[in-house]
Design a protein around this ligand. Structure first.
Ligand code: DX5
Ligand code: ZN
Length: 217
């Protein structure tokens, strides 16, 4: 079953608790939480205090996507605040420091993820593929919601799905950026099993229908 992870970047953050209730009732699997630092990406979103408040408001799975430089500095704070999975960009630091960040997350008993920007080849995931719980392929340049899906990322999704199958890994394959009812089937066909969607969920009044449409139901 395909999982849907609405990105609350597109939600009305003044009523975040209600927004999360609505997507939960609508059958969402994860809450995708986009963290932007104004340095790794040219935008600033939300951070640890918002995640901590959200943790108190819901028992949904919180999938924290850290678009921040040198995430090793912050991962423990996100774990402590209640993230269920903390995801770091492989481009955000040296390989050694990315490994250190993943170790810190694991040591807190939290699931680990790595993310690849559109310009980063699938091979960049290889050092960590056997040990992480999730790999995220960006299908837009990270930093903003509401961008157009990059169909030229589909071969990368296919390559990663192939490696996950060959190696018999439990690792989930997530896609983020421009996913809607039209592009979701392409991602699913290429082997994605978790679909992030911001505008395609929160841009529609009927969140349940939006989630069903993305899942192809
Ligand atoms: C982009 C974020 C995405 C974004 C997706 O940097 O990582 O999670 O919120 O938004 P949509 O679905 O509108 O492209
Ligand atoms: Zn994201």
């Amino acid at each position: 079953m395909i999982k849907v992870a609405p990105s609350i970047l597109a939600a009305d953050l003044a009523r975040l608790g209600r927004e999360v209730e609505e997507i939960r009732a609508g059958g969402a699997d994860y809450v995708h939480f986009d963290v932007m630092d104004g340095a790794f990406v040219p935008n600033i979103s939300m951070g640890v205090p918002v995640l901590a408040s959200l943790r108190k408001a819901t028992d949904m799975f919180l999938d924290a996507h850290l678009m921040v430089d040198r995430p090793v500095r912050y991962v423990e704070q996100f774990c402590k605040a209640g993230a269920d999975l903390v995801n770091v960009h492989v481009e955000a630091d040296s390989a050694e420091n990315i490994s250190a960040a993943l170790e810190k997350i694991r040591a807190k008993g939290v699931k680990t993820g790595i993310t690849l920007k559109p310009g980063t080849p699938a091979e960049a995931a290889l050092p960590w593929l056997d040990s992480v719980d999730l790999v995220l392929v960006m299908t837009v340049e990270p930093g903003f919601g509401g961008q157009r899906f990059m169909a030229d990322m589909l071969p990368k999704i296919r390559t990663l799905r192939g490696w996950i199958e060959e190696r018999g890994l439990a690792c989930e394959l997530e896609v983020d950026g421009g996913v809607d009812a039209e592009t979701a089937p392409l991602c699913i066909e290429a082997g994605a099993d978790v679909l992030v969607a911001g505008s395609a969920v929160f841009g529609l009044a009927d969140r349940a229908a939006a989630i069903r449409a993305i899942r192809g139901e």
